[in-house]
Design a protein around this ligand. Structure first.
Ligand code: RTP
Ligand code: MG
Length: 137
C-alpha cells in the first residue's frame, strides 16, 4: 500500500472544514494512517518547502503556512499519491475541476486548502519530516 502526506492548510482549518476534507479522503479509499494538528514554526515551513526556496512566491507561501494551525495526515491506499492529487484538484482553485477539494474549499492560489506529496520520493521525505514510525499505523 502506498502512503502520501497531506496537509490541511491554515485557511481550511480556520474555515472549519477539517472534517469535510477528511471525509473526502476516507470516502475515496484513503485510510488515515497518522494525524496531528500543529502550529508550524517558520523554520518548519521553510524546511518543509525548501524545494521552493528560490521561487518568487516562497516568502508568501511560508507566511501563509504559519498563519494558523494545520492538520497533517499520512494517507494510505492504492495509488495514494496520485489519488490524493486528483482529490485535491489544480494548485489554482480557479483551474481546479468541480468536486475537487480546492474547487470546493480553497480561496486562491496561496490559500488553497491542502498540500499533497507529488511523488513517491517526496512522500517518503515529507512523512519522515513530520512523523516517527510509531505514530503511523
Ligand atoms: P502543494 O505543494 O502545497 O501541495 O501545492 P502544489 O503541489 O499544487 O503546488 P506547488 O507548485 O508545489 O507550489 C506550492 C504552493 O506554493 C503556492 N504557489 N503559489 N503564486 C504562484 O504562482 C504560486 N505557485 C505556487 C501554492 O500555494 C502552492 O500550493
Ligand atoms: Mg507541491
Amino acid at each position: 500500500m502506498e502512503q502520501t502526506l497531506s496537509i490541511i492548510k491554515p485557511d481550511a482549518v480556520a474555515k472549519g472544514v477539517i472534517g469535510k476534507i477528511l471525509d473526502r479522503f476516507e470516502s475515496n479509499g484513503l485510510k488515515i494512517a497518522a494525524m496531528k494538528k500543529v502550529q508550524l514554526s517558520r523554520q518548519d515551513a521553510e524546511a518543509f518547502y525548501a524545494v521552493h526556496a528560490a521561487r518568487p512566491f516562497f516568502n508568501d507561501l511560508v507566511d501563509f503556512m504559519v498563519s494558523g494551525p494545520v492538520v497533517i495526515t499520512v494517507l494510505e491506499g492504492e495509488n495514494a499519491i496520485l489519488k490524493n492529487r486528483d482529490l485535491m484538484g489544480a494548485t489554482n482553485p480557479k483551474e481546479a475541476a468541480p468536486g475537487t477539494i480546492r474547487a470546493d474549499f480553497a480561496e486562491n492560489i496561496d490559500a488553497n486548502a491542502v498540500h499533497g506529496s507529488d511523488s513517491a520520493e517526496n512522500a517518503a521525505i515529507e512523512i519522515a519530516f513530520f512523523f516517527s514510525g510509531r505514530e503511523i499505523s
